[in-house]
Design a protein around this ligand. Sequence first.
Ligand SMILES: Nc1ncnc2c1ncn2[C@@H]1O[C@H](COP(=O)(O)OP(=O)(O)OP(=O)(O)O)[C@@H](O)[C@H]1O
Ligand SMILES: [Mg+2]
Length: 378
Amino acid sequence: MKKVVNPFNTVGYISEKYFCDRITELNRLLQNARNGVNTTLISGRKYGKSALIYRFFEELNKEKEWICIYFDIYSTQNLKEFTELLAAKVMQKFPQKESMGKRFWNYLKTLRPVMTYDALSGQPEVHFEFSQPKDYEKTLTSILQFLDEQKIPVLLAIDEFQQVALYPEKNTEAVLRTIIQTLHNVQFIFSGSNQHLMLEIFSSAKRPFFSSTQSMSLSEIPPDIYKDFIFIHFAENKKEITNETVEFILDWTFNHTYYTQFLCNNLFASGSRKPDIPLTKSVCAEILEAEQANFLQYRNLLTSFQWRLLIAIAKEEKLYQPQSKQFIQKYKLGAASTVKKAIDSLIDKEMVFVHIEKNESYYRIYDVFLMRWLQRTY
Ligand SMILES: Nc1ncnc2c1ncn2[C@@H]1O[C@H](COP(=O)(O)OP(=O)(O)OP(=O)(O)O)[C@@H](O)[C@H]1O
Ligand SMILES: [Mg+2]
């Protein structure tokens, strides 16, 4: 097993031990898999969707063997690339030496792909050069049918699924839905971070995927559970951290998984045996300083009004009523309609998101570190 030097992971997934909570979500995913229900997993960025999928794969295989395939389609721009990526993922899952791998390679050869190997990772890549767009649909169907014919059940997790809504082929959702309906041995998780597009795909009565999956959303890990997780990992490494310090960490990072992990990782890495609030504050300052050049770049991407609005949202932390007189006057923002337009644009650029709570929702800056930097700088 890989030796873990820092228990607070900031990329990918290590193992159950370094993964906090998500018990309810995990049980739901297991239950859905056992009962043939496909799941849609929606959350804002960096709450831990991808890590949860990996954790789920691990748990699923404890019960019985499943073929679990994860593929992130964020970088794909059309059905061709989607199909090629799926073929490559299946191929990577079954090395040529193994019997199922051999069968898949033999089968794939009939589609006359161009095979290449990634220069850095050495992983196989697949390219199809068809003249007819329909051929990509046929290929996609046949790859999924191949998986459907396996003796072991298959779980296919398609991450950043909202990307299909942006493909030039407007029928991608219909094509996928039609194929999926015919499968008996392959189950799906469709996950995505663009809440607006994901809801359009799965909740609009006009769209093919309407009401075809069980929807699940992922938000903050409950603070008490996260607190225990942080305590345990510091204590296991003979570091004493006070309750106040952990509360400060969760508060400063808004309990937003990636940012909490990142701060804990850096605090752990500082080497102190007794990390306290003053040390934590200095680690926070270092994080913001390291990011400063990136944050300044954002200013070039926004209009001066959008930038001013961003600062105002940072100062409010949670903005419940962006068009209220009180907010507009406090930050001298002019007309409510201009604020609305600028907020929509900041949402489009994924700089601000709407956090939906039980009874009300508020606007917040996505990147917690950017929010803290704006608060400190302006
Ligand atoms: N429950 C958890 N316990 C501990 N660390 C976690 C947990 N969930 C996620 N993480 C860590 O937080 C970081 C961000 O998680 P992840 O990449 O899964 O989020 P995401 O929602 O998929 O983000 P994105 O929207 O950018 O794809 C990763 O380093 C991951 O290991
Ligand atoms: Mg992800």
